[in-house]
Ligand binder design. Structure first.
Ligand SMILES: O=C(O)CCC(=O)C(=O)O
Length: 281
């Protein structure tokens, strides 16, 4: 299904440890890329970002795993999960699955880390692990993701107090300190950048005349709150039809000794019951 022959997990892990990211050039084979494009053709077109972070000329569509089976397959990609196995604790969860379409005229997104909302002092291990897959070729001009290599290792002082003030999106000091440190990831459609959740990155400006489509699948520690609340956005019927691995990633699983229980029961037992939660518990 996916071409896994060229994936070298030892090199990938070494790159993530040293610079914060690795590239997987052949992440999607042509068949999967075509299915992703067909799904995004259906889903994209009716949205716009609501703030500077989402991007006023950027479209985001969340909960991809509920929108097309191809994203369910990709969320379980063995190469992505092999990296999560190394960098996250067992029983890690799916925290986000979203399409990101940067339209022409979009300005650069604010520099950020994907696990910023966990208030833990840096330097620290990542709390989440992200992938971004190019659906169109990524270039330096069309909004290809930009990263600051090595910034996953930065301390509080290096990242700067202004980052945590909540104003960093508009604080010129933060933007000035980051100036010149980023590099644009240029990669063909179907490629993936896999990176530490504590790595500074952003969507680039799109100065071309064509949209740049991508999607991001993100995982987090089993003890961290997930960004997306899949219990509300994926129906029980839909969740029942998903694979056991994906069900576990969505939280139909226990992180020992009992995180994630449903009224004292394993969530899979509740999922597979016809009625709602047992009132007696
Ligand atoms: O679109 C991109 O390349 C990056 C988007 C991103 O980092 C985000 O929205 O968190």
């Amino acid at each position: 299904m996916f071409d896994r022959d060229t994936f070298d997990p030892i090199t990938a892990c070494a790159e993530i440890r040293s610079r914060g990211y690795t590239l997987i050039p052949d992440f999607l084979d042509p068949g999967h890329l075509a299915r992703v494009r067909a799904a995004l053709d259906r889903e994209l077109g009716a949205h716009r970002g609501r703030n500077n972070f989402e991007g006023h000329a950027t479209e985001r569509v969340y909960t991809l795993v509920a929108r097309d089976p191809v994203f369910q397959e990709i969320a379980e990609d063995p190469r992505a999960l092999a990296l999560c196995d190394v960098f996250l604790d067992p029983n890690y969860l799916l925290t986000g699955s979203l399409a990101i379409c940067i339209h022409p005229g979009e300005s650069p997104q604010p520099w950020h880390v994907d696990d910023a909302f966990y208030p833990l002092s840096r330097p620290r291990p990542m709390v989440s692990f992200s992938t971004i897959v190019a659906v169109d070729d990524f270039t330096a001009d069309n909004g290809g993701t930009e990263v600051i290599p090595g910034s996953h290792l930065w301390s509080e002082a290096e990242i700067g107090g202004d980052y945590h003030s909540g104003d960093h999106e508009t604080d010129p000091r933060f933007a000035q300190r980051m100036a010149g440190q980023g590099i644009a990831i240029e990669m063909p459609a179907g490629s993936c950048i896999a990176f530490a959740g504590n790595l500074l990155h952003r969507g680039g400006a799109n100065t071309t005349s064509a949209p740049r489509r991508a999607f991001s699948i993100q995982y987090c520690q089993p003890w961290a709150r997930t960004q997306e609340n899949y219990f509300l956005t994926i129906s029980r019927e839909q969740a029942r039809a998903m694979s056991p691995r994906l069900q576990a990633l969505l939280g139909y699983s226990i992180h020992p000794p009992f995180m994630g229980h449903a009224a004292g029961r394993h969530p899979l037992k509740v999922l597979h019951r016809e009625a709602g939660p047992d009132r007696h518990h």
